[in-house]
Design a protein around this ligand. Structure first.
Ligand code: SF4
Ligand code: SF4
Length: 172
């Protein structure tokens, strides 16, 4: 699978499509782009190949402590660390879909939800429901993860990611 090509195609779904019609960064001073050292964006399986290809100078990619198992092997999920600025057209998928997230429901189906981690800083996710976001945005997030979750390694990652998100939900 040429992962870089697939992610670059998926990125385009979000080049012009945003969570709401307004510039929500003006609401909160772009609180999700503070570039904190201890915060970063997990890359989805295969996505790091985009950054190997483009070698942007505004982001550092490092292995995180978050792991998942696939086909008898353990994988450390790469994390992208920025300094609060980026090339909008190269930003990771996690930034593009924020404050939404993919989630695997108890019956194994892929869903899209508001990311429980976003409630720490995102004023929209504190007061809005999924149906309040731009329909085209929600639809594109669903489209991206319907496609990605067909890959068994991505699905294995999403199962572990869902457990991780559930831990956050327990505290909120
Ligand atoms: S924290 Fe929420 S409201 Fe603020 S810029 Fe990010 S997505 Fe928009
Ligand atoms: S990569 Fe860009 S969009 Fe993502 S957190 Fe950093 S500045 Fe914000």
């Amino acid at each position: 699978m040429n992962s870089a090509y697939i992610y670059l195609q998926l990125y385009r779904l979000f080049d012009e499509c945003t969570p709401v019609a307004a510039d929500c960064g003006q609401l909160c001073g772009s609180a999700c782009c503070r570039g904190d050292e201890d915060d970063g964006m997990y890359l989805f399986p295969g996505e790091s190949s985009v950054y190997k290809l483009l070698s942007p100078d505004w982001v550092r990619i490092e292995p995180s402590d978050f792991c998942y198992e696939y086909a008898g092997k353990s994988y450390n999920v790469p994390i992208a660390l920025c300094k609060g600025e980026c090339d909008r057209y190269q930003r990771p998928l996690a930034c593009r879909i924020f404050p939404l997230t993919p989630y695997i429901s108890d019956d194994g189906r892929g869903e899209i939800r508001i990311d429980p981690r976003s409630r720490r800083m995102c004023p929209m996710s504190r007061v809005m429901e999924l149906e309040d976001f731009e329909l085209s945005f929600v639809r594109n997030v669903k489209k991206a993860f319907t496609l990605l979750a067909k890959n068994k390694q991505v699905y294995a990652f999403l199962q572990e990611y869902t457990k991780y998100l559930k831990e956050f939900e327990r505290f909120l």
